[in-house]
Structures are given as C-alpha cells and as structure tokens.
Design a protein around this ligand. Sequence first.
Ligand code: PMV
Length: 290
Amino acid sequence: MATWSAPGKVILFGEHSVVYGKPAIAMAIKPRVQVTVRHSRYYQKPNSPYISECFRLTDVKGSVYVRSQLPSASGLGSSAAVTVATLFAINDEFELGYTREEVGDLAFEVEKATQGGRASATDTYVSTFGGLVFIRGSEKRRLLPPQNLSIVIGNSLISHNTAEMVEKVAELRRTSPVIANGIMDAIGGVTMEAMHNLENPKELGVLMNRNHALLDALGVGHPVLSQLVLAARNAGAYGAKLSGAGGGGCIWALCSKGSRNRVAGAIEDCDARPITTSIDTEGARREKDE
Ligand code: PMV
C-alpha cells in the first residue's frame, strides 16, 4: 500500500492563453488531495476518468482510495492533484522507478487525454513540484516566491467544466481568430509584466484586473465571478481576477495583511466561500499509510 498527496493551485496569470503557448504563472496552495493505492488482483474501474487513465497508462491493476480537501470542478486544480497523487502512489506501490520529473510528465499526458487533447502542463507541474511556477510551452521553471503574497480565494460554488471552457476558447479562435489571438497576445503581455512585478503588490493588482477583463473578453467570465472580483476590490484588495478555466469556479484576490479579513467577509456577503490560504512549497509528498 502507498499513500501520496498533492496540492491544489491557483493560476495567478495566463490561463487559457497558456494552452496556445503563451506564458502563465501558477502557485500551489495548501489544501491537498491524498490518494492510497494498493496492489490488488480485483481491479475495479475507478469512477474518476483521471484515475482510470493513470492505471491505463502505467498498465498496472490496483485499488484506490481518495480523500480531498479541495472542492472539485472549482478551478483549484483538484483533478490535477488527484492525477499527480495517484501516479506517485502507483509509482511507489508498483516500484516503477519514475523520477519526480517523469511522474509530472505522465500526469500531463493523463490530463491532456482526459481533456480531449487540449491542455497545458500548468496544473500538473505546479501540483508535482509545489511553489510558484512559470510555464510557457515546454519551458517550466520554479520561481522564488515573493515574501508577502497574501491571498484570498473566493469559491463561487458554481461548478465548471474545464474541457468545455477550453473548447469555448477554441471555438472563438476558429470563428474570430483575429480577436481571439489579439486577446491572448494581450494576456501574454500582462503575464510577462507580472513576472517583473512579483514583489510589487500594487502593480500586480492592476495587472490582475487587466487579466480578468481580458478573460471576460475571451468569453470565460461569469456574472457571479464579476460580482466577486468587484466585491474583493471594493473591500480593499490590490486586485482580483478569476482563476482557472472560468465560467464558474474561483476568483483570487491579492490583499494586504490588513485587508484580508475584510475581503474574505465581502466574498461571504456574496454567498460565496472565502478560502484564506498560502503557498505550498512541497508539491507531491509521501504520506504515512493509515
Ligand atoms: O479549471 P482549471 O483550474 O483546471 O484551469 C484550467 C486552466 C486552463 O488554462 C484553462 C487549461 C489548461 O490546461 O491550462
């Protein structure tokens, strides 16, 4: 029996356009998914398509037990965390000998296959390694996390489907390529600016607001997400934007220590769920078997 866990994430900048080779910045967060895998002759097909794909790809048979602190279908990377933790547990239980890097690559293959072929390595990479990461095409880097990144997440409690939102953007690219590509170029520009301002919360907040507006223009916003980002900004956040695929799911707000509680309260007043969390720097890790 082997038990591994992997963290969730927020995409700070660059979701959607990262699928088309533009840069993105993501951060692992404390809530985790824990997966136990046990060698077993009696293989029962798992309910999750991500877990099924992990077993198919590694060609082993076992039983799985999942415990999650992450809400699913909310843009906090629960499917990537399940995939990463499952693959590490399989690797351990069946002594497959993959390195951390290789497990991360396999996790990306699983996500891509399950998302209909369109995905970036953002979620799986950040869940594997933890910390703050930069992704652009095949370039993946860990960044030095800024000292005072105080964030509040707002879960709209509206579930979204990542594959559907990714397809929506692909459709805009087919029907209006000039508009779609223009918006994605702008998101890429905002993300690169953010890279140079990671230690400057005021400027980062302005860039978050711009990124949110561009995602709205791309068609992945939602009235409740707009309400949440406005509420967070009015409560004193430096900036706020949706995180992940959009169409529901979560927003994140960058706060000073002093405004954190006010921002969380404003999110609650919108009947959404605030999550005050911080960066996870460990990534996937082995847990004690229970
Ligand atoms: O729904 P999430 O949080 O898993 O976000 C997916 C992020 C996208 O950029 C929309 C897709 C991807 O694979 O990067």
